[in-house]
Design a protein around this ligand. Structure first.
Ligand code: NI
Length: 405
């Protein structure tokens, strides 16, 4: 699959309009400024201040402090016509990672890093706001630009929706993008339907009965019980789910025991569940609970289960996804650069917005192996090719033009 992609070095910006191409130095400057001052979820104070200052300077109406650190900017078109409202969403939080890149714009905050590209998302959204504000006379309708906190957790989309960001004026559709190092620069990953998976997490403690390692018949061995549970959980995907529906159940943590001659009284395990089909919401929790309860009961053990539904799957509206795909074809020109097989079991709280209004989330290829800008997301050496920044602005602006046309 990868071999069919164009080489990053062949990518140019000829389909990006001159005015947006000319914004590139500013886009890079903003991105690097934000990159140097990364902040964790709901702590994006410097970032929000930076965004608000720009909006203020450009005379763009905006509101700060939504869901703590979120911002919404509103740009009204001045062309007469219908009053459709399109929202653009950008996340702005960083990760608890110590940056290992040796670049002049390296993180100045110890142990915090923009290792997912949200600094770029913020810069692209700012560039889009700047451009649209300069061209209010060219479009009718309204654009809302949503700067969202805490995508990496615990999630800023849901509280922003609760705070009413999709209302007054009511949003008709929403789009958003993720700079994506799993795709090379000059590609766009877009598809209708499921793009990213639901994210659910469980924590379970097995209460057995501890005792002497040489006298097992007086005990309930929590390690044996836990081992059977780990194995049995694998049958959910292999035996209970329609094989057409992709899903993952991973037990990522298992802790028990203190000594070779001691039977462990308790065992603790944690795991994550991922799936695309929204109809499966609730299924995994029920099935995991059944398996744990059944195995514990058969051994005389007890358990405690904490199951958390973090994010639902990211489901793109077919119509808006087609709009984004057609725009991508114009921007990157070569149809080979459109990658519909871009699904990932990673999660995103953009999904909450997409539950409320039709929309599309898409990936903008940002890796450039020749420049060694192809480390995976969340890696301490993550960085991306900044040529993607004006491409992102062009994508958003063209989507808006097409949607409001
Ligand atoms: Ni991300």
């Amino acid at each position: 699959m990868v071999s069919t992609f164009p080489l990053a070095s062949t990518v140019n910006l000829k389909n990006v309009r001159l005015e947006i191409r000319a914004l590139q130095p500013q886009l890079v400057e903003w991105r690097r400024e934000i990159h140097q001052k990364p902040e964790l979820g709901f702590q994006e104070k410097i970032t929000a201040e930076f965004i608000a200052q720009k909006l203020q300077h450009w005379g763009i109406t905006h509101q700060m402090g939504i869901a703590q650190t979120g911002i919404v900017a509103i740009i009204k078109g001045e062309k007469s016509g219908h009053g459709k409202v399109l929202a653009i969403r950008a996340d702005m939080d960083a990760l608890p990672i110590q940056e290992l890149n040796e670049v002049p714009y390296c993180s100045q905050h110890d142990g915090v890093m923009h290792a997912c590209g949200h600094d770029g998302h913020t810069a692209i959204a700012l560039g889009t706001a700047y451009y649209l504000n300069q061209h209010r006379q060219d479009f009718s309708g309204t654009v809302k630009i949503i700067f969202q906190p805490a995508e990496e957790g615990p999630g800023g989309a849901k509280p922003m929706i609760a705070a009413g960001v999709l209302k007054n004026p009511d949003v008709d559709a929403i789009i958003g993008l993720h700079l994506w190092n799993n795709l090379p620069l000059g590609t766009v990953g877009v598809r209708p339907g499921a793009l990213m998976a639901a994210v659910e997490v469980f924590h379970c403690t097995i209460f057995g009965k501890g005792g002497h390692g040489a006298i097992p018949h007086q005990t309930v061995d929590s390690i044996v019980v836990a081992a059977q549970i780990v194995n049995a959980l694998q049958t959910i995907v292999s035996r209970n789910i329609n094989p057409i529906d992709a899903a993952v159940v991973t037990v990522g943590e298992l802790h028990a025991g203190t000594a070779v001659n001691v039977i462990a009284d308790t065992a603790r395990m944690s795991g994550t569940v991922r799936y695309f089909n929204p109809d499966l919401g609730g299924f995994f929790k029920e099935r995991i609970q059944q398996i744990i309860a059944g195995i514990c009961q058969s051994h005389g053990a007890n358990y405690d289960l904490d199951y958390i539904h973090y994010y639902p799957p990211v489901i793109n509206d077919a119509g808006i996804a087609e709009l984004v795909r057609s725009v991508a074809e114009d921007v990157i020109e070569t149809p080979i650069g459109i990658v519909p097989e871009c699904q990932t079991m990673g999660g995103e709280d953009m999904s909450f917005f997409l539950q409320e209004v039709p929309g599309c989330y898409f990936f903008l290829g940002a890796a450039n192996a020749e420049k060694k800008l192809d480390y995976p997301h969340h890696h301490p050496r993550f960085d991306f090719d900044e040529t993607a920044l004006p491409m992102g602005v062009e994508m958003f602006v063209r989507c808006l033009e097409k949607f409001l046309a």
